[in-house]
Design a binder for this molecule. Structure first.
Ligand SMILES: C[S@@+](CC[C@H](N)C(=O)[O-])C[C@H]1O[C@@H](n2cnc3c(N)ncnc32)[C@H](O)[C@@H]1O
Length: 361
C-alpha cells in the first residue's frame, strides 16, 4: 500500500503536521518509511512487543550506529556462534517424516526456550538452537537491543516453516514436507547478520517514541496539529495468534505452548477489542472520538468490504463522518496473505482498500 498511493498521501500530510502517530504499527514498515523520509517525530505503538522493537530499531537514533555499538553487535553474533558449537545436536537432515518427528522428539527435552517450544515445528532443532544462542547473549541495552531483536525477528520470519505468518506450522505430508525442508535449510545467523548490516547505516531523521500499548492509551499523548495514521485490525482472530513466535522471541522468556499451532495459552497473549465482533465497533468509535477531541488529523486505511471483526469499509466511513470532515476518499487495490486459506498455504488475495484523509470539523 505504501507504493500504491498511501505513501504519497502520508508524505504530503506529514510535513504539515507536528508529529505522526502510528498506534497499530505491526511490522513497523510505515514507521520506518516516515522516520527516514520526513523530519517529523514518529510516535508508534502496538499491543505486541515485537512491533515496538522493530520500530525502535530506527526510532531511537538520529545518526548511524557508532563503531562501539557496531562492535558490540558483531561480538554478540560471534559469542552466539561459539556457544551454538558447544550445544548443537547432530541430527540427520533428510526429506522424511521420520526426520521431522526426530526433531520434535529431541526438542521436547531441550532446556532452551525457543527450541523446547517450537523445535521440530516452526524450526529445525539446529535453527532453534541458533536462535536460542543469540537470545542467550542478547545485548541488554539500547540502542543495540532493539536492533538485535529486529535481526532475530527477520531471521525467524525468513526461516520459519509456516505460510506467511505463524498461526500453524507446515505439517510433514506431501508439499508440506517439501516446504519444511526448504525452510529448515536456511541459516538464522545469515539473516541476523544481513539485517544488522542493513540497520546500522539507517536511522530516523528525528528520535521518536515506541511503546507497547493499547492504541487508545497511546493517544493520551496526542495534541492539536498531530497526524494519526490508522491501520486497525480487520480480522476477528487476534493478531497475537498469527505472530506468537515473533512475540516469544521479543519477550525472551519461557513459554509453555500447546496444540497444532504451538500457541502460548490465550491468557498469555495480547487480546484486542478491535478483534472481537462484540466490541470492535465501539472500540473504533472511541478511537475516532478521542482523535477528534484532540483536534488532530487522521489517515485511515481499511479493507473496503465486510471484515471478520464486524467492521467494514462502509462502517469506517460512517464513523469517520460523525467526527471529521472527510477530505479525501480513495480506493486502492493490493494483495494480502493475512489468514492464509483452508489448505494452509498463503493465499495472495487481491483486495480493495479504502484510504481516508480526515480533518477536524
Ligand atoms: C492491520 S495490522 C497493522 C499493520 C501495520 N500497519 C504494518 O504495516 O505492518 C494491526 C495491528 O494492530 C495491533 N493491535 C490490535 N489491537 C490493538 C490495540 N487495541 N492497540 C494497539 N495495537 C493493536 C495488532 O497487533 C497488529 O499489529
Amino acid at each position: 500500500m505504501l507504493t500504491n498511493g498511501l505513501g504519497q498521501l502520508l508524505l504530503e500530510q506529514a510535513p504539515l503536521s507536528n508529529r505522526v502517530f502510528d498506534p497499530f504499527s505491526g511490522s513497523a514498515s510505515v514507521v520506518w518509511f516516515l522516520a527516514e523520509k520526513t523530519n517529523c517525530q514518529i510516535v508508534a505503538g502496538d499491543l505486541q512487543k515485537y512491533s515496538t522493537d522493530l520500530a525502535n530499531a530506527l526510532l531511537l537514533r538520529n545518526a548511524p550506529l557508532t563503531d562501539d555499538h557496531i562492535n558490540a553487535l558483531e561480538n554478540w553474533v560471534t559469542l552466539a556462534k561459539t556457544f551454538h558449537e558447544t550445544i548443537k545436536i547432530d541430527l540427520e537432515f533428510k526429506k522424511t517424516k521420520k526426520c521431522v518427528f526426530e526433531n520434535r522428539r529431541t526438542a521436547k527435552s531441550s532446556c532452551f526456550n525457543l527450541t523446547n517450544a517450537y523445535g521440530g515445528y516452526y524450526f529445525s532443532v539446529d535453527q532453534a538452537l541458533k536462535i536460542d544462542s543469540l537470545l542467550y547473549f542478547l545485548p541488554e541495552h539500547e540502542p543495540i537491543k532493539s536492533i538485535a531483536i529486529t535481526g532475530l525477528i527477520e531471521a525467524a520470519s525468513q526461516c520459519v516453516a509456516s505460510p506467511g505468518h505463524t498461526a500453524q506450522p507446515f505439517q510433514p505430508d506431501g508439499n508440506g514436507l517439501i516446504s519444511i525442508m526448504e525452510a529448515w535449510k536456511r541459516d538464522p545467523f545469515h539473516y541476523v547478520e544481513r539485517k544488522i548490516t542493513d540497520l546500522v547505516k539507517r536511522h530516523a531523521n528525528r528520535i521518536g517514541i515506541a511503546k507497547t500499548s493499547n492504541a487508545i492509551d497511546l493517544l493520551d499523548m496526542l495534541e492539536e496539529g498531530d497526524l494519526v495514521f490508522l491501520d486497525p485490525p480487520y480480522s476477528g482472530v487476534h493478531y497475537s495468534r498469527f505472530y506468537h513466535v515473533l512475540e516469544t522471541i521479543s519477550r525472551n522468556s519461557w513459554v509453555d505452548v500447546s496444540g497444532t499451532g504451538r500457541y502460548p495459552d490465550p491468557s498469555k497473549r495480547p487480546i484486542s477489542d478491535f478483534s472481537k465482533r462484540g466490541t470492535s465497533i465501539k472500540a473504533f468509535d472511541d478511537l475516532l472520538n478521542k482523535i477528534s477531541s484532540k483536534k488532530a488529523k487522521a489517515i485511515i486505511t481499511f479493507p473496503s468490504g465486510d471484515c471478520s471483526n464486524a467492521l467494514s469499509g462502509d462502517l469506517v466511513k460512517t464513523v469517520s463522518k460523525k467526527y471529521f470532515k472527510v477530505k479525501r476518499d480513495l480506493i486502492k487495490s493490493h494483495f494480502s496473505t493475512m489468514g492464509g486459506n483452508t489448505s494452509n498455504r498463503p493465499a495472495r488475495v487481491e483486495s480493495n482498500e479504502l484510504v481516508l484523509l480526515l480533518e477536524p470539523k
